[in-house]
Write a protein that binds this ligand. Structure first.
Ligand code: BGC
Length: 757
């Protein structure tokens, strides 16, 4: 470790010299500075370069560069980070080259997409968001971090905090849905879970808030597409979860593929320098998205690689993921005086600081203990945590005549659907480290929790073969041969459980859809089975809201089970058999038809919100579809019933420096215990900019026994009423507000108050 000795000596000298002069500087900052003073320009730029490992490419592989060059670059100190290298053995190999064979021995930071679990897979993030349970979400991120860190990884590219209102966009599965308040709370919980309270703890990882910014507003829900929105939407809807992540101490940000109002996010100074590093004073570093520096060329924003490197670094992108343009062009740009070396120093300082915080300089192999890897990954404790998360993520959409829960014995059940016995789809998209076929299927879960007669048919067969980057759907679109058998089997059964939806890789990056129907022949299967047996429980598995209007009209019980991860089948069985009373609430609106998209609860009223007369067309609506969603944001049923009453505020006005107490009575009026998520919304009736008809501002969860009541209380302050005003300030404006409390965004008690001048 000759190299570590070089910089340790330099560090000692710098620290002694600085001791009297810069007492304000932190110890880590001083260490960073002393190391920086030893680095050549090439070594500094090396820290800003991130290479992909040699397998598991998560984007299009660059043409120039092969494995051999990458090893040489590691030795030359031309690499600061790698992604997609995992397992202590592999990580140790690359770390050893960086630490023992490069001149200064600076350790690599190893990144990976730990999006919803590592080997033990949690529900997809959209599903977790449906739990509205911040503790469970934090715990789930903690489990993911522990497993990844035990496998040599020290940085996750999560949480993805992009708000989206477009179910066509495949990446909605990765976020927390459509609402920026819920999204902000969840962003905080995930950052806490991943990072813990001490970044150098070998069971935590640095987190990354992505994709900065506005990626979820791609036009027409088409991935990577143009984003064109106003600043009010940017500040009110898109930025809050990013800012919340920053406030929670997230150590890195990732920029985005999209352009925003004509400027690619990766080259966007307004986003990265003015807002993130300026207004918010973010001190961590920004990594580009995969090849996004290079993508500024096809965007038509950069002439060539050199121009792209110039624009990205100037705009505040600190690390280049797999474009190679920093490595190839920044040295010349600095030497030619086009890029100030101070910009490079700033980027490198940020990167080194996170490495110090992770403890990598104390022990570059601290994440590489093979014993810990064996112990931590897949532990029973982790299985229990993801099972708990999975149960809490399930949303009961319909339950006519209390068909659910099912009895545990004496029933003759048909289990039908391409996803019923599938052990891969429940893992969902973005679970690179988990092996196919490792989820508990619904079939396995049902067998485990009851003694009923159970027969199974796929009905619509899965297409053979493993999912890949090119073959997104394995749900059959042509083969009807299984339908008849399934119908015959269903005919005289007591109950039919149908497990339908999207294959695990039918959502996620690059998987936008123009249809939100059940893919392939599944709708046909559902209708055919319904013809012979109407006693159907539909279990949906999907990565996005689906338009299932027919099912809602005809099928008596519908359970939204998303892609729930490793413990999927157990969680679903526990809900179907009533061992767990479901309490999930939708984090994203379900449309009646794809033509309503984007559809979201916090829309603006418009100047023509209501039908003026039954036969007039001149109001804001469609002539062939209602304005109502199929299932609204915040909606979700329980096996018990909840009633709301007695909504009150502590006064008619709120003073700017005061608070308003809002209370309501919640009663469990059904006959089993259950948990309810109580939601508080406001409406700012008149503003310097038009305001949404409702905005979520608070929520809390309450477990009540049958017949039990509780007074639920929330405190509102001026802070909760702020928005991006016509003066481009973040302020609350005096005037009248409505306040609503209830169990779903469409079914609320309401009252009013005034914010005084
Ligand atoms: C995605 C990022 C991801 C990166 C690295 C990109 O294609 O947009 O979210 O972190 O790949 O895998």
């Amino acid at each position: 470790m000759k190299n570590s000795i070089i910089w340790a000596a330099a560090l000692f000298m710098t620290l002694s010299a600085r001791a009297q002069t810069t007492s304000a500087m932190s110890d880590t900052d001083q260490k960073v500075d002393s190391l920086l003073s030893l680095m050549t320009l090439e070594e500094k730029i090396g820290q800003m370069n991130q290479y992909n490992g040699f397998w598991n490419v998560t984007g299009p592989a660059p043409q120039d560069g092969d494995a051999a060059d990458k090893y040489e670059d590691l030795k030359q100190g031309r690499v600061g980070s790698m992604l997609n290298v995992r397992g202590v053995e592999e990580v140790r190999k690359v770390q050893k080259i960086a630490v023992e064979e490069s001149r200064l021995g600076i350790p690599l930071i190893i990144g990976f997409d730990v999006i919803h679990g590592y080997k033990t897979v949690s529900p997809i993030p959209l599903a977790e968001a449906a739990s509205w349970n911040l503790e469970a979400i934090e715990r789930s991120a903690q489990v993911a971090a522990a497993e990844a860190a035990a496998s040599g990884i020290n940085w996750t590219f999560a949480p993805m905090v992009d708000i989206s209102r477009d179910a066509r966009w495949g990446r909605v599965m990765e976020g927390a849905g459509e609402d920026s308040y819920l999204g902000s709370q969840i962003a905080r919980a995930r950052v806490r879970g991943f990072q813990g309270s001490d970044l150098s703890d070998p069971l935590t990882v640095a987190a990354c808030a992505k994709h900065f910014a506005a990626y979820g507003f791609a036009i027409a829900g088409k991935d990577y597409n143009t984003v064109d929105i106003g600043t009010a939407t940017l500040y009110n809807e898109i930025l809050p979860p990013f800012q919340a992540a920053k406030e929670e101490g997230v150590r890195t940000f990732m920029n985005a593929f999209n352009d925003l109002n004509g400027i690619p996010a990766t080259g966007n100074t307004f986003l990265q320098r003015d807002i993130l590093k300026g207004d918010w004073q973010f001190e961590g570093f920004v990594v580009s998205d995969w090849g996004s520096i290079n993508e500024m060329i096809p965007h038509g924003y950069a002439r060539d690689g050199k121009d792209a490197a110039y624009k990205a670094v100037t705009a505040g992108s600190d690390m280049d993921m797999e474009s190679y343009h920093y490595l190839n062009h920044l040295p010349a740009l600095v030497k030619e005086g086009k890029v100030d070396e101070a910009l490079i120093d700033d980027a490198v300082r940020r990167i080194l600081k996170v490495k110090f915080e992770l403890g990598l300089f104390d022990d570059p192999y601290r994440y590489c203990d093979p014993e810990r890897e064996k112990e931590v990954i897949g532990s029973e404790e982790h299985q229990q945590a993801v099972l708990d998360m999975a149960k809490k993520s399930i949303v009961l959409l319909k339950n006519e005549n209390k068909l659910l829960p099912l009895k545990k014995e004496g029933l003759d059940i048909a289990l039908i659907g391409p996803l019923a016995a599938d052990k891969t789809s429940p893992l969902g998209s973005w679970r690179i480290a988990a092996d196919d076929e490792t989820a508990i299927s619904v079939l396995e879960g049902l067998q485990q929790y009851a003694d009923n007669e159970l027969t199974h048919e796929q009905g619509v067969k899965l297409v053979e073969g493993q999912p890949s980057f090119t073959m997104e759907t394995r749900i059959n679109t042509t083969d009807r041969t299984g339908i008849e058998e399934a119908v015959a089997m269903a005919r005289d059964k007591d109950v039919v459980i149908m497990v339908l939806g999207e294959h695990g890789f039918q959502s996620g990056e690059g998987r936008s859809r123009t249809s939100l129907d059940l893919p392939g022949l599944q709708q046909e299967l559902l209708e055919a089975v319904y013809e012979v047996n109407k006693n159907i429980v539909l279990v949906l598995m999907n990565g996005r809201p689906l338009a299932i209007e027919w099912a809602d009209e005809n099928i008596p019980a519908i359970v939204e089970a998303w892609h729930l991860g490793t413990q999927s089948g157990n969680a679903i069985a526990q809900v179907l058999y009533g061992d767990h009373n479901p309490n999930g609430k939708l984090p994203m609106t379900f449309p009646k038809s794809v033509g309503q998209v984007p559809i979201y609860y916090n829309y603006k009223n418009t100047g023509r919100p209501e039908i003026p007369a039954p036969d007039l067309v001149f109001w804001s609506h469609y002539i062939d579809e209602s304005n109502e969603p199929l299932y609204p944001f915040g909606y979700g049923l329980s096996y018990t019933d909840f009633e709301y009453s007695n909504l009150k505020t502590s006064g008619a006005t709120m003073a700017r420096d005061g608070a308003l107490n809002v209370t309501a009575t919640l009663t469990n009026s059904g006959d089993v215990a259950g948990t309810e998520t109580v939601q508080l919304y406001i409406r700012d009736l008149t503003g310097s900019r038009t305001r949404p008809v409702k905005e979520l501002k608070k929520f809390s969860q309450h477990m009540l026994q049958p017949g039990e009541s509780v007074t639920v209380s929330f405190e509102l302050t001026e802070e909760d009423l702020k928005f991006y005003t016509a003066n481009n300030t973040w302020e609350a404006e005096a005037g009248d507000f409505k306040v609503f409390v209830g169990g779903s965004s469409d079914k609320l008690l309401e009252t009013e108050f005034t914010l005084s001048e």
